[in-house]
Design a protein around this ligand. Structure first.
Ligand code: GCV
Length: 689
């Protein structure tokens, strides 16, 4: 496809060839509804390209055509009557929920059944993922149901380009696909194509504006509702509901009231009326996202009210329409005195929110960043997740690579998210983070990495992160390496011949462990934030050390790390259930990769790995920079022009040059810094500056 300025837009994981297998078949679609129309349209296009045929049958249209044996692929709603024979007896109606589907193959026909149209859409994309395999042999009935109905992306997009943060806060992929220069884009083709990509990996909700809600963006709630309607219309054909980030002080800024106090009757009436109007315009509107009392955003603290009071105000306004409020737990003191070692930013979310457990309304979801600080390359899982059994919780990830290479570095984040989702806060045998979030009635949310860049995500390989987030939100138990394989198969359509196999191997070699490689040359042992303040890119070891932001490493001539123990530190370890509280508290049991997050230790401290802290720092930084160079060498072996277009080849090549440069800079600055502090030489005598 092309967009307004005529740059070819990369098809990401939906190139035409992804539909080759189903587009060359005889296909029957049965059912009604907008999403069934979407399915039909997809099949129509694929058949036009690949020579297949499609028949659409609506309710009440009978005829000999209903005999499934004439079709090689049948997609039908279970309520379709009568069911095509290929689909009869496959599943009990009602067992598939709002979004699930069943897939089976027998007597030469593949059938996808769903109770609701959304299920049919997800089933269609599943068939595309399977390719020819969907049409081979026979398949027992498989049911595919999403783990959670809440699989959402947050955009940090601004309408007006912000003087410091730009059009997209922490965006590394060009401008916003929604807005440009203070207005909604005229051509929303990219937004429609985005919706299609998202549906194909399982996302069903999008918040369309930055959680830092500036002046123009606040008006999306009221006099700029037209923008919201247009975006919702563009995304609806792919089953995606739109949410808005709102400013807690809107009753003052937009409503002319003297207060935004959540318990004030006029304020409550203002939100009720405003929300009613939103639903009048967008009946399937998803709800609000709120960043309150955080990094300068207004909130209930100004009125001596709690965050439950704040969230419940909006929840009550949304409830009559089935909407939800996502209330973010990212609340901390961003004006801390660096001299004060007792205040610990890691503690803040738990301290603020754990006492409020059970006080939030049914339709309020607390949105918790996966770690206690801020999307670092390595953090422990946030203790809030285990601390609020009576609250709906959504775990928040960051697909945009703010702290993981800003889409200039290859950093496949599937393994990080998978590790977090599989973490058991209550100890072995107990529930995982994913199970806790799902059982609470929450879900998974992530900050999007998409912009109007021709490759969507700046670095073409960062597309894999977006895809993987969707797939893990649908099924948190998926193996991230297998998900990467799906992405490779769809995106590059590699054949099983030697060329295809080689490309697959190269991509796996570069991406499978790229998160760990990034960790190696940047942040040792759980220390975070040694980045340039403001843009958060590249090394600046002391960049945050004497600032107000609460993100310190406390390196001195003897040692490094933050003492968060109960015995002698900030007592953050005490916020975890016993199993992890004890493990993190203990120098012997604390996992190496988190040691400096929890402990301040001498440079000569012996890690569980057998290395000392200082030698580990040197070794990992040399190794990480070398592995970045290996990635570039691997990419140089790829031949542009076959499965990899010259444009994509060149974009990756250019990014790898920067990654190698930056990794060396990280290596040299970190090694030099810690050598100068500690005076301990590298036992292998390598060059340290
Ligand atoms: C949208 C980090 C980022 C901010 C972001 C904030 C948040 O601090 O650097 O740009 O603000 O997280 O999650 O709200």
């Amino acid at each position: 496809m092309t967009h307004s300025d005529q740059i070819e837009v990369h098809p990401a994981w939906l190139p035409a060839a992804a539909f080759r297998a189903l587009g060359s078949r005889r296909v029957l679609v049965r059912g009604e509804g907008q999403l069934v129309d979407t399915v039909t349209g997809e099949i129509e296009q694929a058949c036009a390209r690949y020579g297949g045929s499609r028949r659409r049958q609506r309710q009440g249209e009978a005829g000999a055509d209903l005999d499934g044996s004439r079709y090689e692929l049948v997609l039908a709603l279970t309520r379709a009557h009568p069911l095509p024979s290929a689909a009869v007896g496959v599943v009990e109606r009602g067992a598939l929920g709002d979004e699930g589907f069943a897939l089976t193959r027998r007597d030469g026909a593949t059938a996808v059944l769903a109770d609701e149209p959304a299920g049919l859409l997800y089933g269609l994309f599943h068939v595309a993922r399977l390719g020819e395999a969907a049409f081979a042999g026979s398949r027992p009935v498989e049911r595919h149901l999403p783990a959670t109905p809440l699989r959402m992306l947050d955009h940090w997009d601004n309408i007006d380009a912000h003087p410091v943060m730009g059009q997209v806060e922490r965006g590394y992929s060009g401008g916003s696909i929604f807005w440009e220069d203070g207005a909604l884009r005229e051509d929303l083709a990219r937004v429609r194509a985005y919706g299609r990509l998202l549906a194909a990996c399982g996302i069903n909700r999008v918040a369309i504006n930055n959680v830092n809600v500036h002046a123009s963006e606040a008006h999306l709630l009221t006099d700029r509702l037209g923008d919201v309607i247009a975006i919702a219309d563009a995304l609806r054909p792919y089953g995606i509901r739109v949410h808005l980030s709102v400013n807690f002080a809107s009753p003052i800024a937009l409503g002319g009231l003297p207060t935004a106090d959540p318990l004030d009757a006029q304020v409550r009436a203002w939100w009720e009326e405003t929300t009613r109007r939103v639903y009048e315009s967008v009946p399937d509107f998803g709800g609000y996202v709120v960043k309150a009392d955080s990094e300068g955003q207004p909130g209930p603290f100004a009125y001596d009210r709690t965050h439950a009071d704040g969230a419940n105000l909006l929840a009550d306004a949304l409830a009559p329409f089935g909407g939800i409020v996502h209330w973010r737990a990212f609340v901390y003191d961003h004006r801390q005195d660096w001299r004060d070692r007792s205040t610990d930013r890691a503690r803040a979310a738990y301290d603020h929110f754990a006492p409020l457990d059970g006080q939030f309304r049914e339709n309020a979801i607390l949105q918790v960043k996966y770690g206690p600080i801020d999307f670092q390359v390595r953090e422990p899982v946030s203790p809030v997740i285990a601390a609020m059994p009576s609250t709906r919780l959504a775990v928040e990830f960051q697909v945009t690579q703010e702290y993981t290479g800003q889409q200039r570095h290859v950093c496949y984040l599937g393994p990080l998210w998978s590790e977090v989702l599989g973490f058991r806060p209550w100890g072995p045998e107990e529930s995982t983070v994913a199970q806790i979030a799902v059982a609470s009635g929450g879900g998974l949310v992530a900050v999007s990495n998409v912009g109007n860049d021709p490759f969507w995500t700046g670095h073409p390989m960062a597309q894999a992160n977006l895809y993987a987030f969707g797939r893990l939100a649908w099924d948190p138990q998926l193996d991230p390496t297998a998900v990467l394989d799906e992405w490779i198969d769809l995106t590059f359509q590699p054949a099983a011949d030697s060329g295809g196999a080689k490309l697959r191997d190269t991509l796996h070699a570069m991406m499978d462990e790229s998160w760990l490689v990034y960790e190696q040359y940047t942040a040792p042992l759980g220390v975070g934030f040694m980045v340039h303040p403001a843009d958060h890119y590249g090394p600046s070891v002391d960049g945050y050390e004497y600032t107000q932001w609460g993100t310190y490493h406390f390196a001195d001539r003897d040692g490094v790390g933050v003492d968060r123990t109960q015995a002698s530190g900030t007592a953050f370890t005490g916020q975890y259930p016993k199993a992890w509280s004890e493990a993190y508290e203990s120098l012997e049991q604390c996992p190496d990769e988190l040691l400096l997050f929890f402990h301040h230790v001498p440079y000569t401290h012996l890690l569980r790995s057998g290395s000392t802290v200082i030698q580990h720092i040197y070794d990992t930084h040399f190794a990480g920079a070398e592995r970045a160079a290996e990635m570039r060498r691997a990419w140089e072996e790829v031949e542009p022009g076959g499965l990899v277009t010259p444009a994509l080849y060149a974009r990756v090549r250019e990014r790898l040059d920067e990654q190698v440069r930056c990794a060396q800079e990280w290596r040299d600055q970190i090694n030099a810094y810690f050598f100068r502090k500690s005076g301990v030489p590298d036992e292998r005598g390598r060059r340290i500056y």
